[in-house]
Design a protein around this ligand. Structure first.
Ligand SMILES: Nc1ncnc2c1ncn2[C@@H]1O[C@H](COP(=O)(O)OP(=O)(O)OP(=O)(O)O)[C@@H](O)[C@H]1O
Length: 251
């Protein structure tokens, strides 16, 4: 099995604060990998380090077999690795139409068949072309997050970095968006690296996970390790108690 994303002994230091301390993970191609831990444990910092947005002091990052320079990413990387953020209000300009928001990444990457791609992306996220000329401020939180996902998908990445993609949404909308993401992952054969503070969400979505605390990985687990109780760290047990449990989703 080939590796899509690898971090080896990655340390990130903000001024004098060590936000990541020698963190290693390996995400296989096509896998859905979770990063879980309480607030401030370093989950988003790891995603940002992969995206070239955090000051990596030491260690090695690789994407699809290519070693990444500490803070430089080439254009092909920004097409192949897309991020979806927690806040669908902050990440989409409210005064732009959905059409404009979807055209933007196509223009950045010099992709020409906009009509077909916009129609496909809107269909894939369950919005349809009727939404194309609406403004993002006219949409609900769940609809906005669908647009954010469409914006990531429209350039045909192989990897999605998902930073708490549903935690700003109501529970029922959260389940719908998680189901949608899982469907898209399967249909497109994508690799997911997904951050959540909620072990229930990660267990539902991910095959493998790393439990993080104070900038370190406490343990690496598979989803079945969790379900069958093969846990070694008390910290992970406490997270399980604090999590909402499994997110109930419709098939
Ligand atoms: N730009 C920055 N400058 C200084 N410290 C930072 C910066 N970004 C993050 N940190 C610190 O690094 C630590 C890890 O932050 P990070 O955002 O990765 O945590 P997290 O696990 O994603 O938390 P949350 O679930 O609250 O988003 C925190 O203590 C945070 O205050």
């Amino acid at each position: 099995m080939s590796i899509a994303v690898s971090a080896r002994d990655v340390t990130v230091i903000y001024e004098d604060f060590k936000a990541l301390d020698s963190v290693s993970i390996a995400v296989e191609k096509g896998q859905s990998y979770g990063l879980v831990g309480e607030s401030g444990s370093g989950k988003s910092t790891l995603l940002r380090a992969i995206a070239g947005l955090a000051p990596v002091a030491s260690g090695t990052l690789e994407v699809n077999g290519q070693t990444l320079e500490p803070r430089r990413r080439d254009k092909a990387f920004y097409r192949d690795v897309q991020m979806v953020f927690q806040d669908p209000y902050g990440s989409l300009h409210p005064r732009q139409t959905i059409d404009r928001l979807l055209q933007e990444p196509l223009a950045i990457h010099g992709i020409s068949d906009a009509e077909a791609r916009i129609a496909r992306a809107l269909d894939e996220v369950g919005l349809g072309t009727g939404f194309r000329f609406r403004y993002s401020h006219q949409l609900s939180g769940g609809q906005r997050q669908r647009v954010a996902i469409a914006r990531a998908l429209i350039v045909e990445p192989s990897i999605l970095l998902l930073d708490e993609p549903t935690s700003a949404l109501d529970a029922s909308v959260q389940a719908e968006v998680l189901n949608l993401l899982e469907q898209i992952r399967r249909d497109r054969g994508l690799t997911f690296l997904m951050v959540s503070h909620d072990l229930g969400v990660v267990t539902h979505m991910c095959d493998q996970l790393a439990v993080m605390r104070n900038g370190r990985v406490v343990e690496h687990l598979s989803a079945s390790d969790l379900v069958e109780g093969r846990i070694t760290a008390d910290y992970t047990r406490n997270l399980m108690v604090a999590s909402k449990g499994f997110v109930r989703t419709q098939a």
